[in-house]
Design a binder for this molecule. Structure first.
Ligand SMILES: C[S@@+](CC[C@H](N)C(=O)[O-])C[C@H]1O[C@@H](n2cnc3c(N)ncnc32)[C@H](O)[C@@H]1O
Length: 401
């Protein structure tokens, strides 16, 4: 059915929301739109009156490509919406805290991306669809990743005969591109040789399939604080270099003066290694190769305080209050589901200071409520925008008691 609707607000996925609710992608608050409505979803057909905050998107693929949700909103309204996502999540969990202005952490662009390849097309999935938008360039990526698209295309062409849907996890590191191909399954030696030749032709630093290294021409390196880490293929890294710096600075600030810090969900050491010049560190993560990379980097870097990294599943075996006893502070940065079990133990421990980093304001707010019930005060929350133009927002929260 076609309807004329007034958009009341921007939803948490970046859709315009009309009364009902009806969610209409690419519509903005205050706009009167004609939409094709089916249940709770509407497809924007025409604008009857446009918002003064509407701007022209900078990418020709916007509205088709699912990579970006919001390119059509003026800067100040965009910033208010993103910050509002954090404010709203805290309010829904009845958590009171001062929320700072949004920190822009896009920097030079995303240094890490997963591109899908299907039937000769390489790019992101279409918005609300499975088809692939074939990309020659993406303005959200750092230049080095855009320059690596021909390499991904050549690798895809080589593997096309397998007839499998492939994903290319590409990371721009200081020594070149690290590429991990997923979906190929096992390939024979001839194919590995051919892929290694392509890695040389395109000067990739490392090429792996499902984490199994085909060729490492140079160790891919990323700097955290004073340490240089060689992350394992496909390892988690903050998506932009600017976010890495902004989040690390906020974590350091929140933990200033701490002497023994436990880093929970440490990955390869973004925060542990950035903190290791000011405090002794113990880091935990379930990803064994990431933990090994952190540990190696800590041992190789002169002048750091003692730092060690241990593999542990913190969902099933969270650190218990007596294990947390030696630390005066903690940082936790869990996946999107949050850190429920670990946070329950943190609330029962004697720590005085905790910094929480999160890519999901809803689970952060739930976990924050547990810490507050355990006697902590959430003294500052800073939203950080590393996934600019998407509906994702990162945040750093500082807890004290
Ligand atoms: C958002 S990342 C943060 C990593 C790191 N703090 C950083 O900034 O690079 C979340 C981390 O949680 C780890 N993780 C996921 N599930 C886990 C679990 N059950 N136990 C421990 N770590 C887990 C992942 O391996 C990943 O490194």
């Amino acid at each position: 059915m076609t309807a004329t609707l007034t958009i009341e607000r921007l939803g948490h996925r970046g859709d315009g929301v009309a009364r009902g609710p009806v969610f209409i992608a690419y519509a903005l608050p205050g706009e009167i739109v004609e939409a094709e409505v089916q249940g709770e979803r509407g497809r924007l057909l025409a604008l009857q009156s446009a918002s003064p905050d509407r701007i022209a998107p900078f990418c020709p693929h916007f509205t088709v490509c699912g990579g970006c949700a919001v390119q059509h909103l003026a800067e100040s309204a965009y910033r208010a919406w993103k910050r509002g996502l954090v404010v709203e999540a805290l309010a829904q969990a009845h958590v009171e805290a001062p929320v700072a202005e949004l920190v822009d952490a896009h920097g030079a662009g995303r240094r890490r991306v997963v591109l899908h390849a299907r039937a000769g097309r390489l790019g992101f999935a279409e918005a609300r669809a499975h088809a692939i938008v074939d990309l020659d360039a993406c303005p959200i990526l750092v230049p080095a990743l855009n320059a690596a698209l021909p390499a991904a295309r050549a690798l895809e062409k080589q593997l096309r005969g397998l007839g499998k849907p492939l994903d290319f996890a590409l990371t721009a590191t200081s020594t070149g591109i690290d590429c991990d191909i997923r979906g190929a399954g096992r390939v024979d030696e001839r194919m590995r040789l051919r892929l290694a030749e392509l890695a040389a032709d395109f000067d990739l630093a490392r090429l792996a399939i499902h984490g199994d290294v085909v060729v490492e021409r140079r160790a891919p390196l990323v700097r955290f604080g004073r340490a240089e880490v060689a992350p394992p293929p496909g390892a988690f890294l903050q998506a932009t270099g600017a976010a890495d710096e902004a989040l690390s600075a906020l974590v350091r600030q929140g933990l200033a003066g701490a002497r023994r810090v436990v880093d929970l969900f440490s990955g390869c050491g973004t925060f542990a290694l950035a903190l290791a010049d000011m405090a002794a560190i113990e880091a935990y993560d379930s990803d064994k190769p990431a933990v090994a990379a952190l540990d190696r980097a800590a041992r190789r870097t002169p002048g750091l305080k003692p730092a060690r990294a241990l593999a542990r599943d913190l969902f099933h075996r969270p650190l218990l209050p007596d294990e947390l006893q030696p630390f005066d502070a903690a940082v936790f940065d869990p996946p999107r589901v949050g850190a429920l079990e670990q946070v329950r133990r943190l609330a029962g421990a004697r720590l005085k200071r905790i910094v929480g980093v999160s890519c999901n304001p809803a689970t952060f707010a739930r976990d924050a409520a547990i810490l507050i019930a355990g006697g902590f005060r959430l003294s500052a929350v800073t939203p950080v925008d590393q996934f600019r133009h998407s509906a994702h927002v990162e945040l750093v929260g500082v807890f004290q008691r």
